[in-house]
Structures are given as structure tokens and as C-alpha cells.
Design a protein around this ligand. Sequence first.
Ligand code: C2O
Ligand code: CU
Length: 532
Amino acid sequence: MTNTNLNRRRFLQYTAFGTFAAAIPELAFTESYKLNKTPNSAFKADVEIALTAQMTEVSILPGANTRVLKYTGKLLKGPSGTLKELPSYLGPMLNFEQGQKVRIFFHNQIPEPCVTHWHGMHVPQIMDGHPMYAINQGEQYVYEFEVKNPAGTNWYHSHTHEVTARQVYQGLAGLITITDEIERKLNLPSGEYDIPLIIQDRTFTSRNQLYYALNMHQRMQGFLGDTILANGQRNHVIPVKTRAYRLRILNGSNSRIYKLGWSDGSLLTAIGTDGGLLEKPQTFPYIMLAPAERVELWVDFSDRKPGSELALQTLSYRGFSMRMGGGMDMENNMMNQGSKSTIVKFAITEQIGDSPKLPDTLVPIRRFTAKDASNPDIVVPIAIGMRRMTFNLNGRTFDMLDYTNQEKIPVNTMQIIRISNANPDMGRGMGGGMRGGRGRGMMGMIMAQPHPIHLHGQQFQILSRKPGHADSAYTAIKDGFINNGWKDTVLVMPGEEVEIIKPFMDYTGLFLYHCHNLEHEDMGMMRNFFIS
Ligand code: C2O
Ligand code: CU
């Protein structure tokens, strides 16, 4: 049986009414199991979009076109700026306003199941793109939600059972921006001075096709491409004027973690994180950006000379990736996790007179502490583990509708969640399948991996980070974490323990949490919270 057939069979099993009813009695009596195939006439949409996942070809490298999967969009109703095309295989940028009611007619035209998740958005379960809601080729799913999030940068991507990594890699992703009243008053750079920047790594075959295959080691560390693309383009250069810009950066890579830095060593000025703007601008020598994380930068080219360039780079760091005796990566022409590279260049092309000034303060953020938790004595664990060459969470791998008692969260509560990447088993009891001394070392390398942990639903705040081993590798990256904004994804380094506090308001049902290293997600490093 081919993989596609197998996936399809599993998929059909999950969409069968009986399976849902049997697996979750609570859901059997709600609407929740139903694929939302038709619009709800009671939902008065301000914005309507037709979004189609399709197979197509785009020009990325000189020569032959590249076959990709791509979201294409059409605005049916709403402000004309709602949809903005981005180059290459990227889906259209969706620009929403807080409070808007949005209806998206999602058409699947690719020859396999597909489902779309609105990453970072606070929407009901049935609109959240849980893999149980995947549709087949030729089918339609109607997403309807009110935009509750504050101003910021989110994204959308496929979330299909066991093939998320490949579908996103082949192109199924796009950016979402949200604006609101408070943000508009700040007069941040807008229009052509507000630049989306989606960073992804890919590997191309000699015929310009996307290469995606995983041996066991690549499966364990996630796919790393040898070519960095910015907005779907290689060696991308963005022309800019001598004034300030807002950069909305998304790491849309499957598993590559960037250590962002400016080529001339100047500090980065962050104004926003995953969940929106910061309280005030904050500078960093470099910023770590893990898969699915967003950072918004303020960059002022005012004092730069026309004709000069500034590059955004990923700086080198010890990447916790497996180097099989040094040679292999070279042979495969891999760019390791932590390799230095240029991401995009800004070419200063035009001198202009004036530029907006960086505001001193941005948006108010109510800082939560452990005392704000509904039950400060209960800490919800997310313990990263590994068994039989598969990463797991709390000892379990993904099962479509499954949740445990400790994964049951009362709705309208605030919970403290402790994410630990402690690898208690490292070096012990891991003998199976690995030979000799080098095997033990390699197991250590496999275990000691960073994991970007993402929680669906509302954004959270980081309460604390406890490094496990404060060694030189950790020291070289620790100043690149932004710990005081709203987050939906947090990078948890080997040995590290991160405590977060997260609201679970408004919506009941199954909401995923998982590693956003997409190869890890697909191997089952994902679970459900059942909010009730
Ligand atoms: Cu961006 Cu559950 O994913
Ligand atoms: Cu992971």
C-alpha cells in the first residue's frame, strides 16, 4: 500500500461519523465532529475569501520552473487591501482588522487530504484546522471566525495528518497581519515601509525541483535545506529608502533555527513577537527565531548611504545537530543547524528627507505572574521525551482525538504550563539499536535537541526559563530570546525548562500542542488539550 493510500485510509477512518462518536462521547452530542462544509447564514461576514490549495509551478531558480503546492486567493468581499500577493510559492498575505468577521472558503485541489490552520489566531475548535478536519481533493471547508487577536503577525499553513512537514515544505503557507485601534495610533511604518519577510530553507535538485527526503538522522533532527529563501526567493535583495521600516519576520522553515543578526553588527530593535507588539522597543545583539516564531523589527536606514547594503544574516552557533563524523554533511551538501548564511539584503537605493521616529512605548501588556493562574498549585506538564527513535510529549505520541486526564483543561481558566526538555534518560537505557561507544554519543546528540513548542488557541506569556546546562553553546544563544511579549511558540533548548502562563478562554474542544519542528510534529510529537 502506498503512503498516500495509507494516509487516505486513516483519514477516511477519522472522518467517519462513528469513529468520532465512539472516541469522544463529549463530542458526539455537539457539532464538533462535523466538517464545516457550508457557510453559516447567521454568521455575517465582513470579509470573504476563496482560498485554494493547488499544484502549480513557479519560477524560483534560473531555468526550469519548480513544481510546488500553493495557496491562491481571491477576495470576494471586504476592504481591497485584505489580500496581497506574495512572490513564489507563498500564499497571499491576508490582512485583517481586529473585530472583523472572516469567512474563508477553502478549496482543496491537491490530490491528497489537506487542512488549513490559522497559526496564532484565537478561533473555535472547528475553525482551527485540526487534522481531523482535513478534506479530500475537490472538497470545500468553510472557515468562519471573528478576528479576536490584537495587531500583529500570524500565519497560516497546512496541518494535515502526518504530512504537514512535506505540504508546508512544498509551499502551503502564507502570512496573516492584523491591525487594531491602538496600533493605528502608533503610526508605525506602513504600506511599502511595512515589509513581510518569510524565511525558509529548501534544497533543490539539479532540475530545480524541491528535494524532500529523510533518512533516519534527518528525521530525528528535522529537514534542513541548503538554500535559504526569503519570501520564496534565493539571494533576495529588497530596495529601501533612507528611512525607518517595519519588518515582519516569520520563520516558516520546517526545522531550521535562525540566529538573526545584522551584517554590520548593529543591534536589532524588536517591536513585536508572535502575539503582537511589545510594551516598548527592545534591542538585542541577535535574536533566535525558531520555526513558527515571528519577530517584528524596526530598522532605520536613515543614516545609510545610497548605494550601500545591509544584510540580515543567520549567525553561526553550535546547532545541536548531528554531525556524523564531520564528512557526511559536506557530501550531502547540507547546511547544518547553526551555519552562518545571508538571508536577505537591503539595498539602500534612494535618499529621502524624513522618517518616522521609533515610539518610546508601544502597547500596554498586562504582565501575568504565577498568582494569576486559576489554580497556582496545578502545573500542566509538557515533558519532552523520546522512545524508540520517536520524540513524544509526556510519554505519548499523537492520536487524533486522544487526550489524558492531565490534558483536560477547564475552559475560561489560566494555567501554568511547564515545558521541560530535560532528557532524563540520556545516556541510560538507550542501548537498543545503537552499537558501541559512538552509538551512545550519537544518542546523546539525538536526544539533546532544541524543540520549538507551539500551543494552539490563545497566546501565552513566559514566566521563567531555567537553563539545564549553562555551557558555552547555551551562552552563545541565550541573549537572543524575547521573553516578555505574547507568544504562541517557545524554543526550549536541551536541558531547559520553560514555564509559561496561558489563558484558555471562550472556546471548548480539542486544541493541539506540539513541536513546530514539522518533522517532529509528523512523527507524533503532538497532543490534544481537551478544553471543557
Ligand atoms: Cu503552526 Cu499546530 O501549527
Ligand atoms: Cu521537536
